[in-house]
Design a protein around this ligand. Structure first.
Ligand code: SDX
Length: 391
């Protein structure tokens, strides 16, 4: 009907799936969540409101939002016994290693979440994950910098709560910064969901067997960590640090053309135009640095690199444009996060996308366990040869 797309791929394959959550037009650079353009949501909505939209299909009424926000807020605590789990890591453990382990281990605390065929239980599991990811992420960060864990506070908003758990220290009162809170919330919105990307497909495939949702999300975190996927935000900033100055850009770009390395934060499996999230991310980057009075030379390098790449035939022919990871690193560093936390923030935000798609999969009565097929290119059938008859 006119409100909904219908899509006939002309083939059936376990490799593709139907979804009502996110629509991407890679050539036009369009991203819609339940029909709403990403730039409108980033400018006008809040992350928790977008969570409700992704999970339930509609923007909430005032009452619905109050109930949803209360439900999330009152599930942000972690089981006290769980805090000792973090102590098992070395202090220099990558926070993504901690996130992967911690979220998987949390499945041991919620046996009821195994009842994946119960819609009410699925909703409880989704709310638990959205609520607890900031607390786990903040613990991974505090543990890596040797600061004591900070408990969530119920009077704070979702993003304010997370920033306080990350940056407050017992020795002084924590003063919220509305600029950082707004930027954090917008960055979470930009990373919330993105159709059937590698980590979402991982969560769907793991979930299709009926596995514990926390364990499925841990699988998604593991996949997101890769440098070609969510790990690109850390790689993109480290690339800008390696380039260092505008003068070094031409030589670095030549290395890309010589196929020595890729331009991190550029290119996309689907977008063959500007990633609409990258435009909002670039604007947020300028706002945060401007309002914090930070003059980061890497921003100048990033803008010059973008300008050169967008005018260079090598990149134009390959339809390579900045993606969401190109400007996020500069922004997150300005907000006080170390580079090894960048993908953790991506995982925190993407949890709602993963769990919304997991929930949608269970609402499909024709759901079966995922079983991608293959094109066999190995040896044809042959008989066994005993050892003394082999060359
Ligand atoms: C995310 O799927 C999602 O939605 C992911 C994501 C999400 O929200 O979940 O959007 C998040 O993962 C964004 C992407 C982050 N990754 C990076 O920024 C890493 C750098 N990008 C590349 O690894 C690459 O662009 C991919 C993996 C992202 C996409 O690769 P494609 O579409 O498979 O591109 P391709 O290999 O078909 O590229 C075509 C050509 C090739 O050159 P030729 O062999 O034709 O000569 O473009 C080249 C590629 O070598 N190319 C690049 C490049 N990306 C592709 N060359 C230099 N730098 C790059 N970044």
């Amino acid at each position: 009907d006119s409100d909904h797309f219908t899509f006939d791929p002309g083939f059936t394959s376990t490799a593709s799936c139907e979804s009502k959550i996110t629509y991407i037009d890679g050539d036009a650079g369009i991203l819609l969540h339940r029909g709403y353009p990403i730039d409108q949501l980033a400018e006008k909505s809040s992350f928790l409101e977008v969570c409700h939209l992704l999970l339930n299909g509609e923007l909430p009424s005032a009452d619905e939002f109050a109930k949803f926000e209360h439900n999330i807020t009152y599930h942000t605590m972690l089981h006290a016994q769980f805090d000792s789990f973090f102590q098992g890591f070395r202090r220099d453990a990558h926070p993504m290693a901690i996130m992967t382990g911690a979220v998987g281990a949390l499945s041991a605390f919620y046996a009821d979440s195994l009842n994946v065929d119960d819609p009410k239980q699925r909703e409880i599991s989704a709310h638990r994950l959205i609520a607890k990811m900031p607390t786990i992420a903040a613990r991974a960060f505090q543990y890596s910098v040797g600061r004591p864990f900070v408990s969530p506070r119920n009077e704070l908003s979702y993003s304010e709560n997370f920033l306080r758990m990350c940056f407050s220290v017992p020795a002084e009162d924590w003063v919220p910064n509305p600029v950082l809170t707004r930027a954090m919330d917008r960055i979470f919105i930009l990373h919330a969901d993105h159709e059937q990307n590698a980590s979402t497909s991982t969560v769907r495939l793991a979930g299709s067997s009926g596995a514990h949702p926390f364990a499925c999300i841990a699988a998604g975190i593991a996949c997101l960590w890769g440098p070609s996927h969510g790990g690109a935000n850390q790689e993109a900033l480290e690339m800008l640090e390696e380039i260092g100055t505008v003068e070094n850009i031409p030589a670095y770009v030549q290395g890309v053309k010589d196929k020595k390395y890729k331009l991190m934060g550029f290119g996309h499996r689907v977008y063959k135009n500007f990633d609409p999230r990258a435009k909002v991310m670039q604007k947020t980057c300028h706002e945060v640095l401007g309002q914090l009075g930070i003059n980061d030379p890497l921003l100048e390098v990033a803008m010059e690199l973008e300008k050169i790449a967008l005018s260079d035939p090598y990149f134009i022919e390959r339809k390579l444009y900045p993606n969401i990871d190109f400007y996020s690193g500069i922004t997150l560093r300005a907000m006080g996060f170390p580079t090894n936390m960048f993908t953790v923030l991506f995982a925190l935000a993407r949890t709602v996308g993963w769990i919304s798609q997991w929930k949608e999969m269970f609402e499909d009565p024709s759901r079966k366990i995922g079983r991608p097929r293959q094109l066999y290119t190995g040896a044809t059938q042959r008989d066994y040869k005993p050892l003394d008859q082999r060359g």
